[in-house]
Design a protein around this ligand. Structure first.
Ligand code: ZN
Length: 312
């Protein structure tokens, strides 16, 4: 109201200028209203969030023993993995989530301690035998995906426990010439359902890789690789950053696009042994395209995921 009076007073002295100020003020008010209503809608919408949790990128983890059931420190790190997941869940609810599903996606898929997990969520454990793997449970009803404990693709310099799905078999997996880490493969599954990746936590190398792939995405680096060693944040410091980062990312969800490549899709899969490439070439539609290498082309991205699962 007081703003309107000032413009009217001004108008007495300079009609033209007053009109222009009035127009500018109106535009500002419209923009401000749009911003406030958009922010309100963003928080008010019943967000449904999917969290896929791997283990290699959890704070403090540096060695395969840390993430293997028979490793001496496995129980310590599955506990930290659970705490880090809880931090992401707290951030998700603080950022507007009304429903959260957690997918345990490392090794046996039975690592997160169910009795220590935030009671507001449901947890997907073990492998179904289907094609979604680390994204088991995702569908078009979700609004955002969060990756916790993720790691860089096989062969990445200064990365902690870098590999692509199988540390034993796979040298590289690319689609349409884009070499993908697990986060990229899983983002294509989410992209099939038009769900964007809003936030990724893991080592610094995977944070860089997802920014290169997705553009806008919230990230928190829990550690920085130094060859096989890593400079790690204290787990509680990492959890605080993840809680804040997830909240902020969900509050700015309209910044993120779902990850898609252009059809037709051509996957090139490079395996570590010739005999595995030979076997993979028998998948219907696959071709042997080089030493240790097979390729497969289709118009459906989920057929790429299916072929990838069966060819290694
Ligand atoms: Zn893993």
């Amino acid at each position: 109201m007081s703003g309107f009076r000032v413009v009217c007073e001004f108008n007495k002295y300079n009609k033209l200028k007053g009109g222009s100020v009035m127009r500018k003020l109106s535009v500002c008010l419209i923009l401000l209203f749009g911003f406030i209503s958009n922010a309100y809608l963003q928080v008010d919408k019943d967000l449904k969030v999917f969290i896929s949790v791997d283990m290699e990128g959890i704070s403090g983890v540096v060695n395969w023993e840390d993430v293997s059931r028979d490793g001496k420190d496995y129980n310590l790190f599955r506990s930290i993995m659970t705490d880090e997941t809880n931090a992401a869940i707290e951030g998700a609810f603080a950022g507007g989530a009304k429903e959260v599903t957690v997918r345990d996606s490392h090794g046996s898929a039975r690592n997160i301690l169910p009795n220590k997990l935030d009671k507001r969520v449901k947890l997907i454990r073990d492998w179904s035998g289907g094609v979604k793997g680390m994204m088991e449970g995702i569908d078009e009803s979700f609004d955002a995906v969060i990756f916790i404990g993720y790691h860089a693709k096989a062969g990445t310099e200064d990365a902690t426990l870098d590999h692509t799905m199988s540390s034993v078999k796979i040298n590289d997996m690319s689609v349409n010439g884009v070499s993908l880490p697990e986060a990229g493969i899983n983002a294509l599954i989410a992209g099939y359902y038009d769900v964007p990746i809003a936030f990724v936590a893991g080592d610094m190398a995977i944070c860089q890789q997802v920014k290169e792939l997705f553009g806008e995405v919230g990230t928190v680096a829990t550690k920085e690789g130094i060859g096989n060693a890593a400079l790690c944040l204290h787990p509680e410091v990492a959890q605080n950053k993840i809680r804040d980062g997830v909240k902020k990312s969900l509050q700015n969800l309209n910044m993120y696009n779902s990850y898609k490549l252009k059809s037709p899709y051509t996957m090139v899969l490079k395996l570590f042994k010739e005999e595995w490439a030979h076997q993979a070439s028998f998948y219907p539609g696959a071709k042997r395209t080089g030493d240790w290498e097979c390729s497969y082309t289709t118009n459906n991205i989920m057929d790429i995921i299916k072929a990838f699962n069966w060819m290694h």
